[in-house]
Design a protein. Structure first.
Length: 491
């Protein structure tokens, strides 16, 4: 089917959809709802139809809401089935992909990472049959389905380098705006107080704009400190969400064609770095340092004398403005010892309990998303009603056993190899900018793996990570197609 015929078919579909759905919907809402709700529903219908007609631009809209997380949720976190604006847009994106496949006879792309992660999801679903924590398992399964959908959609909706860069710019822009809002709220002293013993990280829709948390996790030391959680459910989640943007701010600084573009990327990177510090999360502060080190080691940015001097100068000038609360937790070196950190010493207990569970359930695990296993094995300290191992590697192995863990490791290896192969191809073909983008993806990948030692971060809704990995799959496909047409083959 030609492009003109496809467009005509889409317009016909839009007309039928608008008539068959829009007409009855408008009458029903106008009769039983307020004019404002009616107008909102009509606007939503218009957006949905537009997304069906122009799939990439519809996915661009989805990318804009990626960093919103809790702000975009329509249900409380405690609900078994959470629903958000992003999931709604994702379903429309899926409809657009299936529509194109039907009208244009386009072949749907099922990459090896999608197949592997889908297999991992199947094993996780089977493990729920043996889990006593079915509610947490259902939530985890829902999040994994969203991850799988995202990883499937990107290669089926994004085709060019220009589209890839546009997606990343949208993601970074919204993340920066949220970061500015979080900084303002921090310095205004706006904070939600967390429960000392019953903290679960769950929030309600009424708290969607509460981006600062007053945390009592170090209550034994008399500490009650503010921590930025942004639009997420926990400071540790927000920390890694922001850290993931650092390599890409560095990338856009490197390829910036003029000082204005470089300045905007620099501002975005500084806002992101400051937000990581405001999370008051030790693991996030250490991970930030590691990622910045990788940025220079992988030559995303060149370490020149003026850069070092400028960084030192900025640090000295900003030193007086650093909030005192940061010194109470992340800038006090003694807090990185088990004797001074109750959360750090508790992690050792979590890991010990997790290893015990793994030994007892080695094949299929204790069930996907099971958050009851750790608390029931630890009685020496007061714990929240639900908890994980705070280590992604141990936690995943505990949940799905070696049967699922082997698939998960294969999934990570395949993704990283795609990043590396595509990077090598674009370097060999002279496209340094695209090669650097994949270098940034590798830095982000390694940074998240480092963070996973202290936090079970792949149990978080890390949509930025899935966005970048989807982009890497797209660029690997581009490299493979270009190599097939030319003389250069991917490494």
């Amino acid at each position: 089917m030609t492009g003109v015929a496809t467009l005509r078919a889409r317009r016909a579909l839009a007309t039928w959809t608008g008539g068959l759905v829009g007409g009855p919907l408008t009458v029903a809402l106008a009769s039983n709802g307020s004019p404002l709700i009616t107008l909102g529903a009509i606007a939503g219908l218009f957006v949905g139809i537009s997304m069906l007609m122009f799939p990439f631009w519809g996915f661009l809209l989805t990318t804009l809401v990626v960093p919103l997380e809790r702000i975009g949720r329509m249900t409380d976190d405690s609900n078994a089935y959470t629903f958000s604006i992003m999931r709604l847009l994702g379903l429309v994106n899926l409809a657009a992909v299936l529509l194109r496949a039907g009208l244009c006879k386009a072949k749907l792309k099922f990459s090896l990472p999608v197949v592997l992660y889908g297999s991992y999801l199947v094993v996780g679903t089977v493990s729920l049959l043996f889990s006593p924590d079915g509610l947490s398992g259902i939530r985890a399964l829902g999040m994994m389905l969203g991850n799988l959908l995202f990883l499937f959609l990107i290669p089926n909706m994004v085709e060019t380098r220009q589209q890839v860069r546009l997606l990343l710019i949208c993601w970074l822009t919204v993340t920066t705006l949220i970061g500015v809002f979080t900084i303002v709220q921090w310095h205004r002293g706006a904070a939600v107080t967390d429960s000392r013993f019953h903290s679960t990280g769950e929030r309600t829709t009424d708290e969607r704009f509460s981006v600062i948390l007053r945390d009592h996790s170090e209550f034994d030391l008399g500490a009650s400190i503010p921590r930025a959680l942004g639009p997420t459910s926990h400071p540790a989640v927000y920390g890694i969400n922001v850290i993931m943007t650092i390599p890409f701010f560095a990338y856009f600084m490197r390829i910036g064609t003029n000082w204005k573009h470089q300045f905007l990327a620099l501002v975005g990177g500084l806002v992101a770095s400051y937000n990581v510090l405001l999370t008051n999360t030790r693991a996030a502060a250490v991970c930030l340092a590691v990622v910045i080190g990788l940025v220079f080691w992988k030559r995303l940015l060149r370490l020149r004398a003026e850069v070092v001097f400028g960084a030192i100068l900025v640090g000295v000038l900003l030193l007086p403005a650093i909030p005192p609360a940061l010194y109470e937790r992340i800038f006090d070196v003694s807090n990185y010892s088990a004797s001074r950190s109750k959360t750090l010493s508790a992690r050792f207990l979590y890991w010990k309990a997790c290893l015990e569970a793994i030994v007892e359930n080695p094949l299929i695990g204790v069930g996907l998303g099971n958050q009851m296993e750790i608390p029931k094995r630890i009685t020496s300290i007061t714990m929240p009603p639900n908890s994980t191992a705070h280590n992604e590697y141990l936690n995943s192995l505990m949940e799905v056993g070696f049967a699922g863990y082997a698939i998960l490791l294969s999934f990570f290896v395949v993704l990283y190899r795609r990043c590396r192969k595509a990077e090598a191809y674009f370097n060999d073909s002279g496209d340094g900018e695209t090669a650097l983008l994949l270098t940034a993806a590798k830095v982000m990948f390694l940074g998240v793996l480092f963070y996973a030692v202290q936090v079970d971060c792949f149990h978080f809704p890390l949509k930025g990570w899935w966005l970048v990995m989807g982009v890497a799959i797209v660029l690997h496909d581009v490299a493979r197609k270009e190599a097939a047409r030319g003389s250069i083959s991917p490494a």
